[in-house]
Design a protein around this ligand. Structure first.
Ligand SMILES: C[S@@+](CC[C@H](N)C(=O)[O-])C[C@H]1O[C@@H](n2cnc3c(N)ncnc32)[C@H](O)[C@@H]1O
Length: 411
């Protein structure tokens, strides 16, 4: 069957409605991206789900590993749209997509047009087989699909104007940098300090000792974890018999951890006076705290921990926290007089409880006074051998291949 006979007017109507929704929710601004969403038949890439579900703004989970953890999915249309906006794909571009599924590759193919080129790769042969079938059924036989570990890119069809990564990375492998054309852009969901942001990086001063990537935009997102040579491990520490857990980043393996029952020790609380609307995301504040607090980690708690009074309420995805060998502090909130708002503060336990709670609350106040509502942080990536003393000011994280600097414009 050809691509046209695999589609239907009803699928087209659902597709148009989904596109209109993404435009109305500000996920799509570029009319060319909207046009691509209106024509690519997403249902052919998720053949086992009902047609209506294929055109819902939701991720479609395709595969779990033996432990039940999601390892492959067809991404949520909103996230796909936001990343395409970040990538700023132009007609004629050569694009490498790392982490396949077929749908996004078809959208990319629409955007680069007949003079461009799209290569999409995945480490999992089931995914590449499915992507190939979907792309053929949808009428995109000229998208190259390869099974390979994205850590190494695809040197044979480099250089690329754009590298679009759709799996959570912990670092930018040297291969991606080397395969990027001068002036090229990488869009990648990058994890640091347990938080993932899709970041658009431009390649600057390629071929010179000053070569670096500089962020242009950032958006909060969630993706499955990278497998293969670039796989990275978060470190989980369980407290109170698993009712509370702390997660640290890959480079924090030797960070000291507090005693198992630290939260039974007397509590110190400091309120910051900073009010947040209940709907306002905490992500920028979390990133600021990750930049400034020693022993930063993310605290998550089972509902039973709350019921038993071990912790104060924390967001479902975890609260910013700081840990040492004997103490633990974490961000908390209490209702404000206006029911739409909460006041932020900090709880802490252990011998340093008072200092931890004060430091956390002070950093909340400092973010509120200087950075809240501002342009947010920026990130630079320098090669691993770049002289440390010449890095721009900010939080410096040493990754496997590179050095990352997270900095905040002055308020
Ligand atoms: C969220 S899915 C990609 C979604 C896809 N872009 C789409 O069109 O919806 C992430 C994919 O990354 C793949 N992946 C994980 N580690 C990888 C690696 N090292 N190299 C290439 N692909 C990888 C997984 O197998 C999974 O299929």
């Amino acid at each position: 069957m050809d691509a046209e006979s695999n589609d239907s007017p009803y699928a087209g109507t659902l597709r148009a409605a989904l596109t209109d929704l993404l435009v109305s929710q500000d996920a799509i601004h570029d009319e060319r991206i909207a046009a691509a969403f209106r024509v690519v038949p997403r249902h052919l890439f998720v053949p086992l789900v009902p047609l209506e579900l294929a055109y819902t703004d939701d991720v479609v989970l395709m595969k779990r590993n033996e432990s039940g953890i999601a390892i492959s999915s067809v991404s949520q249309p909103t996230v796909v749209a936001l990343m395409l906006e970040q990538a700023d794909i132009q007609a004629g571009h050569r694009v490498l997509e790392i982490g396949s599924g077929g749908y996004n590759a078809a959208l990319l193919r629409e955007l680069v047009g007949p003079t461009g080129e799209v290569t999409t790769i995945d480490i999992d042969p089931d995914v590449t087989t499915r992507a190939r079938q979907g792309l053929d059924a949808a009428g995109y036989p000229d998208v190259r699909v390869l099974r390979t570990d994205g850590e190494f890119g695809v040197p044979e069809s480099a250089p690329y104007d754009r590298v679009l990564v759709t799996v959570t990375a912990w670092d930018i492998p040297t291969a991606w940098l080397n395969q990027l054309a001068p002036g090229g852009r990488i869009v990648v969901p990058l994890r640091f300090r347990s938080q993932t942001r899709s970041i658009a990086f431009d390649l600057l001063d390629a071929g010179s000792p000053e070569v670096r990537l500089e962020s242009r935009s950032m958006t909060v997102c969630g993706f499955v974890d990278m497998q293969g040579a670039g796989a990275n491990e978060e470190r989980y520490v369980s407290l109170h018999r698993g009712l509370v857990s702390l997660s640290f980043d890959e480079d924090q393996q030797s960070e000291p951890i507090p005693p198992e029952r630290v939260l039974d020790q007397p509590k110190a609380t400091v309120w910051s006076g900073v009010l947040m609307n209940r709907e306002e995301p905490l992500s920028d504040l979390d990133l600021w705290l990750a930049t400034t607090l020693p022993g930063y980690c993310v605290l998550s708690a089972e509902p039973r921990a709350l019921k038993k009074g071990i912790v104060a309420p924390v967001p479902r995805w975890g609260a910013s926290a700081m840990a040492s060998a004997d103490s633990l502090g974490y961000l908390t909130a209490r209702p404000a007089p206006d029911p739409d708002f909460v006041e932020l503060g900090a709880n802490a336990h252990g011998p340093a409880a008072q200092d931890f709670a004060r430091l956390l609350a002070d950093q909340v106040s400092s973010w509120n006074a200087n950075l809240r509502g501002g342009p947010g942080p920026s990130v630079q990536i320098h090669p691993g051998d770049y002289p440390t003393e010449q890095l721009p000011p900010g939080l410096h994280l040493r990754k496997r291949h590179n050095q990352l600097t997270l900095s905040w414009p002055a308020g």
